[in-house]
Structure formats: structure tokens, C-alpha cells
Write a new protein. Structure first.
Length: 301
């Protein structure tokens, strides 16, 4: 089951850096602009060749660089007493890889954090390991813990932490389904507003909704939850409109050309999002008039 949580996290890190930036800002108290470039670094760290008796591979959930600052975040479904040992192992190999590449004599550990999707009363705000060196000096290796269920609906909206929305459904483990659905509806309404203002892209919206469906279908496979999620995703929700337009694009294409039809609609939606919000304007940019009319009609209701 943990695999689905990891897959969602790793996929969004790779595809949705626009959504990742606010999360980085929240965790590490940084102030990166949403358009700041994110560089994806290798999440595979080979141990073979470093120690004669050691052979293997360490795979981290994420390893990125922003403005020459390196960040490592792990996504964990439940508190784990061994997590601090795993984190220092990951960070050591990350630092060692960098040192070997640069032929340096200094280990530079990344800024690291753990996302706990669930936690309990004993889960600390930081996991700490005391590292004692032969000289006798002792250093605290400390990693902040982000307790996802503690992040409120209002914080998600205010700080645009939409990266976490696929995991929001997990609150039904502690709260009434109706309460969770109402809060998700508020978040979704704000996502739609941010889309209309150019803060979010079509791809961001699609990714978040795809992963919500993954959580519903693979983790909480109940008719009641599915009906609740379907209800809040219906009506005036941006994804529903986009999905409908994409479906129409697929249907209109020949069987072998449906993907091309989908791409045409996505390109038109990107133009609309970037400020070209009239039929004439879309047509002038090469969009078929029928597609332009449907897009403008869909999002002006």
C-alpha cells in the first residue's frame, strides 16, 4: 500500500515543480518565486565501488536543487522509529556522491525533511540522531517532520500547498467524511480561481485530480467515498471542464489520431490560461473556431 503514496509523491515532484515550490517554501522557510527553476537531481545513489564489501543502490523519494541549494524530502505513510537512521544514510550517500564527483574533501549534506502522512501523539517535530566523532565532538543530525494531517485547509489555500491535496482524503481516518468533502470543495474552488488567474496550469490541475482518484480507488475503495469525491469534482470544477474538452478532442479525432486531438485541446487551454480568453484571440493563434468557442463557453459560465 505504501507504494501508491510514494508513487504519487515522486510523480508530482517530477511533473509538477510549479506545485513543489510552495511546499519547499513552507518546509524550509524559503521565499522562492513560483517560477523559480527546479533542477531534478539523481535519486539513485550507488554504493557499489565505495566499500569493497558493499554493493547496492539507495533510492530516495526526491532530490532537487533550487538556486544551488539541494533538498531531499522523503514521504512516509506512518511514523517509523528507524526513519532517522534511513535519513542520515540517504543524506550521507547524497553527500558522498557529490564529494566524489567534485574530488572534494568536504561532505555537504542536503537540506532534508520527512513528510508523515499519518502521525500520533508521540511523533516528534524533528527526528534527531546524535553523531559522535572520534575527537569526542557530538553533532545533532536533525530532520524536520511535516505532519501532513496537521496542515489545515486554510493553510493549504493561503500558502497554495496544493501538492498535498491528494493526501487530504486521508483525513477521513480521523474526521467525518462530510467534513473532509466540504473542506476539499473549498480547496478545489480556490484551485479553480488560481487557474483562472494563471497561477496554476492545466497540467497541475490534471495531476492533482488524477492522484486524488488514485487515492480513492486504491486506498479508500468504498462507494460512499467515491460518490463524495465525484460530487465535489462535478459541476463548476476546472478539471471536469478540462476533462470534458479533452474527451471531445479524443472523440473527434480518428482512432489513430486521438492523442493528436487531445494535444490540440491542451495547447488551446494553455493559450486561454495565458490570457487569450476570447474566441477571436484563440482563432488568431491558430485554434480551430469550434474548439475556441467551446473553451471560452466552458470557462465563462
Amino acid at each position: 500500500m505504501d507504494k501508491i503514496y510514494d508513487n504519487i509523491f515522486k510523480t508530482m515532484v517530477t511533473r509538477n515543480t510549479n506545485l513543489l515550490i510552495p511546499l519547499i517554501n513552507e518546509i524550509f522557510d524559503t521565499r522562492y518565486d513560483k517560477d523559480t527553476k527546479v533542477i531534478l537531481l539523481s535519486d539513485n545513489h550507488i554504493t557499489d565501488g565505495i566499500y569493497e564489501s558493499d554493493s547496492g543502490e539507495i533510492i530516495t523519494d526526491s532530490y532537487i536543487s533550487i538556486m544551488n541549494n539541494n533538498y531531499h524530502i522523503e514521504c512516509q505513510s506512518n511514523p517509523d522509529g528507524t526513519m532517522v537512521l534511513r535519513m542520515i544514510e540517504y543524506d550521507f550517500h547524497i553527500a558522498l556522491d557529490e564529494a566524489l564527483r567534485q574530488e572534494g574533501r568536504r561532505l555537504h549534506f542536503p537540506k532534508s525533511a520527512v513528510l508523515y502522512l499519518r502521525h500520533n501523539s508521540l511523533t516528534p517535530d524533528n527526528i534527531i540522531l546524535k553523531v559522535e566523532f572520534p575527537s569526542g565532538s557530538v553533532v545533532d543530525y536533525s530532520v524536520p517532520v511535516i505532519k501532513v494531517k496537521n496542515i489545515s485547509k486554510d493553510s493549504i489555500i493561503e500558502k497554495k500547498l496544493y501538492f498535498l491535496l491528494p493526501y487530504f482524503i486521508m483525513r477521513i481516518e480521523d474526521e467525518p467524511l462530510e467534513t473532509v468533502m466540504l473542506e476539499m470543495q473549498d480547496i478545489i474552488s480556490n484551485m479553480e480561481k488560481d487557474f483562472s488567474e494563471g497561477v496554476l496550469t492545466v497540467y497541475d490541475i490534471e495531476s492533482v485530480y488524477d492522484h486524488i482518484q488514485d487515492m480513492v480507488n486504491k486506498v479508500y475503495n468504498s462507494d460512499e467515498i467515491k460518490e463524495g469525491v465525484d460530487k465535489i469534482m462535478g459541476g463548476n470544477v476546472i478539471y471536469t471542464r478540462t476533462d470534458q474538452l479533452l474527451d471531445e478532442g479524443r472523440k473527434e479525432g480518428r482512432k489513430e489520431g486521438r492523442k493528436e486531438g487531445e494535444n490540440i485541446v491542451l495547447e488551446a487551454l494553455e493559450l486561454y490560461q495565458n490570457g487569450c480568453k476570447t474566441v477571436d484571440g484563440l482563432v488568431e493563434n491558430g485554434v480551430d473556431k469550434d474548439i475556441a468557442e467551446r473553451i471560452v463557453h466552458s470557462f465563462s459560465d
